[in-house]
Design a protein around this ligand. Sequence first.
Ligand code: FES
Length: 165
Amino acid sequence: MSHPVLAENRETAELDYMALDKVIEEDFNNDKENLIMILQEIQRRYNYLPSPALTYLATSIGVPLSQIYGVATFYSTFSLEPRGRNIISVCLGTACHVRGGEKIREKLEGSLNIKDGETTEDMRFTLESVRCIGCCSLGPVIKVNEDMHGRIAYTEVDMILEKYE
Ligand code: FES
């Protein structure tokens, strides 16, 4: 269940300008009022905001590039760094914490050989801790892309990871 990608090579982020045009023009009407939603869509496709896409966007909707970077850096949900094909959010909010969320994070760090906030070398996973993803009764919870995994034991972590290419 990997995330949709447009770029063949995620490292160099070879942009698909036709797809970008579709998002900017058709989906969001070339309207700078839709800037945040356009950025969300670009990030959904690439898992981060490639700088050539932001430059192209600035020209397309007539907004200074500095303003676009201002928005992109203001919201913590946006990333300017390449991220993995699969984003793992491990919840360390109070409800998940008391049910072993920290142990799940440690297990993820060990299995992936990365720390919180890092991306595996093969760009398969990015691991991020979050403070509540809204399903506290299912704690401890991890979210992989759009998939929620609740009431998980650390012994189940590797099995879950195997599902994602
Ligand atoms: S504290 Fe983990 S989902 Fe709310």
